[in-house]
Design a protein. Sequence first.
Length: 755
Amino acid sequence: MKNLICIFLLIILISGCKQKEQQKNDYPIQPVSSQNVELTDNFWSKRITTNRDVTIPYCFEKCEETHRIANFEVAGGLVDGTFEGIRFNDSDVFKIMEGAAYSLQQKYDPKLDEYLDDLIFKIAAAQENDGYLYTIRTIKGDSAMTEREGKERWVEERNHSHELYNVGHMYEAAVAHYNATGKTNFLDIAIKNAELINSVYGPDKRHDAPGHQEIEIGLTKLYRTTGEKKYLDLARFFLNERGKSNKRNYASTDQYENGSYWQDHKPVIEQDEAVGHAVRAVYMYSGMADVAALTGNQEYINAINKIWENVVGKKYYITGGIGAMYEGENFGENYYLPNRAYNETCAAIANVFWNQRMFLMSGDSKYIDVLERTLYNAVLPGISFEGNTFFYPNVLEFDGKDPFNQGATERKPWFDCSCCPSNLSRFIPAVPNYIYAQKENEIFVNLFAASKTSFEVKKQKFRIEQETKYPWEGNVKFKIVTEEPVKFNFKIRVPGWAVNKPVPSDLYSYINEPSKDVRLFINNQPEKFTVVNGYISLNKSWKDGDLVELVLPMETKKVIPNENIKEIAGKVAIERGPILYCAEQVDNPEGVLNKAIDSQIVFTPKYDSTFLQGVVKLETDSLTLIPYYAWSHRGLGEMEVWFRKAPPSLSKGRPGGAVNHILIEGDNLHALTALTFTHEGQIDVIYIDPPYNTGNKDFKYNDSFVDREDSYRHSKWLSFMDKRLRIAKRLLSEKGVVFISIDDYEQATLKLLCD
Ligand SMILES: [Zn+2]
């Protein structure tokens, strides 16, 4: 065993040298690998252990049960049989292998190592002599292929075949396996395949934009590992192929005709809005970030910056989820964020990948704000505490009956297309990679989790021990452990939520101001600080035992959405720290769908170590909230994230005869709409004086003045009045009256509207 380890080390060292010689550019900031992070926390450790002990073996079992692994054996001639399942099922096996590799790296398990070698043997057998790997075609032959796979290799790659998607996942898995074990048995298969792809595709060869992006990420990883620049060039080639096909009809409005479903509607550098299939899109943005980091391509960076602004400003759920549409698993239109969200778990995982890359490029913590929100509230709900049931879509509201989860009302043990379970199995063990990052002598702490992490700055080794009960408490202590004093710039993230900015856009905001500030102590002494790009910078010489303490105000906050999000306009959601909350019927037996929250409501946070694996729940006399990620663990019932706002307390005085005389002047429609949340059924007199009637000025409709000569003047006036009358109807109390000033000309129309 000892000799074996030496050989592995030697291989790693040799390859490391090659890498450094050939590859100069990469992300200026590098994540601190999970190998250097020992988690000592009570939150992620549990999840990672469950992933190792349950999810990974369970997913492999499922792959055996569903013929996913047998497909490799049949293709390799190891057993007789046929292909079963879907053409992209090979990718699930690769993803779970990637997760298994990370798991091995954290805790060596000879059985798992052996199991992987056995699988790799089967994959090698399934690979055709020239490197091609796509078990469905190898088993069934070209003639049995449908138009989804294509009657020949590659002919349907631009659309639905997933030939390049599958192997992209294989490259990622092979690199992970090589890094974990030092063995090249899997990497060799990946390289043999990549050589084939490189011989088929290129500027003077075949041209296709991959129908499901993923190979771009895989190729950049293969490049980093082997130092072979042709793989990087191929990744860039595939990205640059997009939006340039004579097989698309770019003038069409149909997403499958014009290519926008595949982000193949425009050259990537001209894309500025997130459209089409969400997972494809965000894998592509991640691939663009990788290629930009490795080549310095500023045009890619400009494009993904714009797309990021679009997503975070207009297409981003409060959960951190993305991809609103069941139709096509797509991004929706701007501000279209219904509670019956699609929000595929894979899209949330992709969103973490992408935002990590945006941070590594820029050093700006706004990307980590998005990453953290997505991690806790969009990725984590996808998997049960037990680690063997999964959400594919993730809704924000549930009536207890809707089979939103691919036909199921709860997390499911597996899916025909099981991309989400396999993606989770590789994502969870990689979580420690997101805690710290480093750029020369700058150490960034991005996520808070009790842990011991080793660093090296200018050949000097030291450790940072993080102590915290995050995400339940906001105190985070960092202890420096070093033999000799060490100089580094310690950059501590101040989360957006702690400074009253739930998201880095105007899509959501908090109603209540924080009552406490972020505080910092060095060796128990209060320390003044400034925050730049979301970080406190402490650039000094640190000695053994130095203690930095960050205190984040862990307060319950009320979130309101941008008024352009129609379905939830005027509603409120509850957060505490990085955790979004929801109400479930099991805790609120009278139901939660129509529950209203008073703007003055005060929640009492209570930590319960035995409840839902240990959570802080939020309670009032009439409502109990739990973290959204923990929902759907206790049977069927209603669930709600966005609540109606209850009328303010003035209504409470009314039955006793107290009179509240309030004059409200509402000359804009949004303000009037807002009144329906606070004064429904409570207004005694409404007086409407339509601007139309004043004679001296024309009225405004949809933000533009209606000219006297406008031939639609009359119908615009009707539409204008219709909206206001509907609001008036909701606002009027039972005895209430409405006065409308109007001339005889409109009287008949008005009567019709009022009726
Ligand atoms: Zn998925």
